[in-house]
Design a protein around this ligand. Structure first.
Ligand code: C2E
Ligand code: CA
Ligand code: CA
Length: 860
């Protein structure tokens, strides 16, 4: 007998006990093997589920990406086709000058949007206008597309009545492309004469090259989006373009969280199984040895209770070596056995729970465990996820598997999966939230919006969408750094979240862009109250490294069902309204109104007219004289630009400078102004200077110094006779860059004046630090003079100018009293309608000559 076996006293019944012990051991080993197999099976099942879910999700986003591309192209072609001017210039007669030369439907659609093909097909299905890769060419659309387009044309014409464009995918030389087509109609323009011919069709072709697919993938979080190759076609992650996929298919590489789980889980289960096998082998060997020893000794006595106890103890060792806990239950759903691991894993007492009802401890998602176990034909290999509270009252999650026992009741194992479930939830959260602020991201916004719109909002219970954009955020980022910018965004995010109710949504969808969805706001007044509150809370100072930063916000509002019932339309309308709010002076809000769309189209038209105007000499320069106040001598003139529009007449700069700035046309416009101003002034008497206005955006872009230098050189004017007027916005946006640039400009010999002094926040500090030669008091100070006590302010500004050796000019002198006052406070120079309105170049020359010959003083 091996000496590590306990000494046992044998009785005649012992032999059958040994056999029994071995048999139970085998059964238990069988059970354990089952548990492991079950664990592996569950792991594989879970992994497949995870991968499957990921597959479905990525396929969903790929579909969304393609749909979004289609919607966007559809709405672009709609803007251009349902438009009175397009009808006149492309259908009634084909006016390539209007379309191509004046850029209404020309190169910019290729350079800005990447549309490789633009075609107009007339009522006889002949292509009458084609632009390919931004160049006007003469080619039939069918020929370039290498396929018949009859079906597309028919469909586009069917949509003419309802102003519905059509899209379809085609394959051009191996590259899929999206085609959008719409019948050209007069839109809402009542002045257009229509004819009986069937409609002409406008066609835009947008190819899906790899750069575009990569960008789409990035926007929608789909990894590795590209054109499917022959090898990819058999993979699951394939999305056919169009109905049949004849145009090509997209392929991507979805994440494989299940595979990662398997890589981690299977080795662990394997190690546990190995350990159990090892122990079983040891126990088996010892039991066999014991039985053999007993047989050999011919003892008719059988093994004692102690032997049974030993093998039971060994079995328990095996059970407790596993990380799961093992349970048994009688037919009345009460625990009859709980392994020791139960205490370790749950922290609960075994004694207290043995005999207690299982349903009091565990609950499944769908009901009680007893209900689950009672499901007829329940498959024994499927486990269920249960929740329970541990000793600290924390919720934990366990996966329960169970098998019926021969004598009634159940037994099984419980695996703790709390961490795994938590990790999965975290991943889900991250994919739907913005990493910086923790707010929902675009994905979550889309889901939330879709859900709310499905519930069909009503006029009484509308769904309100606010599109909110921060004002003055960019300078914070540029001047104080990105860490400060992040801090501001976080602060703003939590303030926004505090302003809305539970159940509303605040999402961050871009740098400083937010979207709020409100479902519980009834009236317009309520919305306005909320907007006011939002803006006020954003405007509260934000402390960033012991400095106070001020930002503000503009808000655009669109509502379902009044404005639109589709998520993408609502977003677009809220954006349009936001744009209006910004144009309306910022830190304010605007509700979407139908005509805003028209205004945007109007603006786009003005922009394309302006591009043409600069090249075709429609700009004019007027000069407003500036006088020395003490003796009334003219000292120079300010150059002010105007636009002689062929249809609208003379347009003031306030209408088009902003458009020029936003579209980038300002550089060529300003080039013309500086050049013309210098050339004109070179012909004036030597003592007169010319003063030119510069835009803040010129300071950021373009080589301002070289441009000014060239104008000085070409006109051969003495640089000291040229003054540049800039506003403090220049310094607000990039103070260091501006200082550098101003110093270089001054080295050329020109003078620099601060325009509109007193309208900004920090003019004073800038005046001290930057190398100005003069300042121009904004005309609002004189115009308010009657109501307020601004006389003392003007006096103070003149005093300040003197202290800093700056020439002070008053703008907007409209009356004799204004002039008297300025004389009284010894203001240096002045200009205004009372002295002279801005004059055309010829009239200005006449005025100069007249004064010279008669020496007659002005009103001054
Ligand atoms: P600003 O630089 O403040 O120009 C003075 C504006 O005040 C001019 O308007 C002028 O006609 C007007 N003004 C002059 N005297 C009086 C007066 O007694 N009473 C009143 N109420 N107004 C007076 P304008 O020409 O319409 O120009 C408006 C703004 O457009 C200018 O304001 C300037 O900021 C911008 N601007 C004009 N020309 C150019 C240019 O060539 N380039 C750039 N970037 N901006 C320009
Ligand atoms: Ca000015
Ligand atoms: Ca001014």
């Amino acid at each position: 007998m091996p000496n590590d076996l306990p000494t046992i006293s044998c009785s005649p019944t012992n032999r059958s006990s040994v056999a029994l012990t071995r048999a139970s051991l085998f059964k238990f080993v069988g059970l354990l093997a089952g548990v492991f197999l079950l664990a592996c099976g569950s792991l594989v099942y879970l992994a497949q589920k995870l991968d499957g879910a990921e597959e479905v999700k990525s396929a969903f986003y790929t579909r969304k990406a393609v749909q979004s591309l289609e919607n966007s192209l559809r709405s672009t072609v709609k803007d251009y086709a349902f438009w009175g001017d397009a009808y006149k210039h492309l259908h009634t007669e084909v006016d390539t000058d209007w379309a191509y030369v004046r850029q209404n439907i020309g190169t910019t659609l290729y350079t800005d949007f990447g549309f490789r093909g633009l075609f107009v097909v007339n009522d006889l299905n002949r292509t009458v206008y084609s632009v390919v890769d931004g160049e006007k060419v003469s080619v039939e659309a069918e020929q370039w597309l290498e396929q018949s387009i009859d079906a597309i044309l028919d469909k586009a014409r069917e949509g003419a009545e309802s102003e519905t464009p059509t899209t379809t995918f085609v394959n051009i030389g191996g590259i899929p492309a999206l085609i959008a087509a719409a019948a050209i109609t007069p839109g809402t323009d009542p002045t257009v004469k229509t004819d009986d011919r069937s409609a002409s069709v406008l066609i835009f072709v947008d190819p899906l090259d790899s750069a575009k697919l990569a960008a789409m993938g990035r926007d929608f979080g789909v990894e590795g989006l590209h054109l499917a190759t022959a090898d990819d076609i058999h993979s699951q992650s394939v999305y056919p373009l169009g109905e049949t996929g004849a145009a090509g298919s997209l392929h991507w590489s979805p994440h494989r969280p299940g595979l990662q789980l398997l890589a981690l889980g299977l080795p662990l289960v394997g190690i546990a199984a190995l350990l159990v096998c090892l122990m079983t082998w040891v126990i088996l060997r010892r039991t066999t040895a014991a039985a053999q020893a007993l047989d050999a000794s011919y003892l008719s006595l059988q093994c004692s209770q102690a032997d049974l106890a030993t093998s039971e103890a060994r079995f328990r060792d095996v059970v407790e070596a596993s990380s799961d806990w093992v349970w048994e239950m009688d037919g009345g759903w009460h625990f009859t056995y709980l392994s020791e691991r139960f205490e370790e894993v749950t922290g609960l007492s075994r004694e207290a729970w043995i005999g207690a009802a299982m349903d009091d401890l565990l609950r499944t998602e769908l009901g009680t465990v007893s209900q689950w176990l009672s499901i007829p034909n329940r498959r024994p290999d499927i486990s269920v996820q249960c929740r329970y509270l541990d000793t600290n009252g924390q919720e934990r999650i366990t996966r329960l598997s169970a098998r019926a026992m021969a004598g009634g009741g159940f037994r099984g194992t419980a695996t703790d999966v709390t961490e795994e479930v938590k990790a999965r939830r975290r991943i889900e959260f991250l994919s739907q939230h913005d990493a910086l602020t923790g707010l929902p991201n675009r994905t979550r916004l889309q889901e939330f919006l879709d859900g709310k719109l499905k519930a069909v909002p009503t006029v009484e219970q509308p769904l309100v969408m606010l599109s909110l954009d921060l004002d003055r955020f960019k300078p914070v980022n540029d001047l104080l750094g990105h860490a400060a910018g992040d801090l501001v965004l976080n602060q703003v995010s939590s303030r926004l979240a505090e302003c809305v109710r539970h159940g509303d949504l605040v999402a961050r969808i871009g740098g400083d862009e937010f979207v709020l969805i409100l479902t519980d706001v009834g009236s317009q007044e309520e919305v306005e109250t909320l907007c006011r509150r939002l803006i006020e809370s954003v405007e509260e100072p934000i402390e960033v490294s012991e400095q106070e930063v001020f930002v503000s916000a503009s808000i655009g509002i669109a509502m379902a069902p009044n404005d639109a019932c589709e998520a993408s339309e609502l977003l677009r309308y809220a954006d349009i309204a936001l744009y209006e709010a910004k144009a309306g002076g910022r830190n304010t809000w605007r509700f979407y109104a139908g005509d805003m769309n028209a205004r945007i189209i109007e603006r786009r038209r003005l922009e394309s007219d302006l591009r043409f105007a600069i090249r075709n000499g429609e700009l004019r320069l007027h000069f407003q004289p500036r006088y020395r106040i003490s003796d009334g001598e003219m000292v120079g003139a300010e150059a002010l630009v105007r636009w002689q529009h062929p249809e609208r007449g003379l347009i003031a700069p306030d209408t088009f400078i902003l458009i020029a700035e936003e579209s980038g046309l300002i550089l060529s416009l300003s080039d013309w102004v500086i050049d013309t101003a210098c050339r004109c002034a070179a012909g004036w008497p030597e003592h007169l200077f010319v003063s030119v206005n510069l835009s803040p955006s010129e300071f950021k872009r373009g080589n301002l110094v070289e441009r000014v230098q060239k104008a000085l050189h070409d006109s051969a004017i003495d640089p000291t006779r040229v003054e540049l007027e800039i506003t403090e916005n220049v310094m607000l946006e990039d103070a260091t860059g501006a200082l550098e640039l101003m110093r270089t400009l001054k080295r050329l010999g020109v003078r620099i004046a601060m325009d509109d002094f007193g309208t900004g926040y920090s003019s004073l500090s800038y005046l001290r630090t930057f190398p100005f030669d003069g300042l121009k008091i904004d005309r609002s100070f004189l115009s308010k003079l009657v109501e307020t006590d601004d006389q003392s302010i003007i006096q103070a500004i003149v005093g300040l100018g003197r202290a800093l050796s700056l020439t002070v000019t008053a703008e907007g002198i409209e009356t004799a009293e204004h002039l008297k006052l300025l004389k009284a406070v010894s203001c240096d120079e002045g200009q205004g309608f009372f002295l002279s309105r801005p004059l055309e170049a010829d009239d200005f020359n006449v005025l100069v000559k007249a004064r010279k010959s008669t020496g007659s003083p002005s009103r001054v």
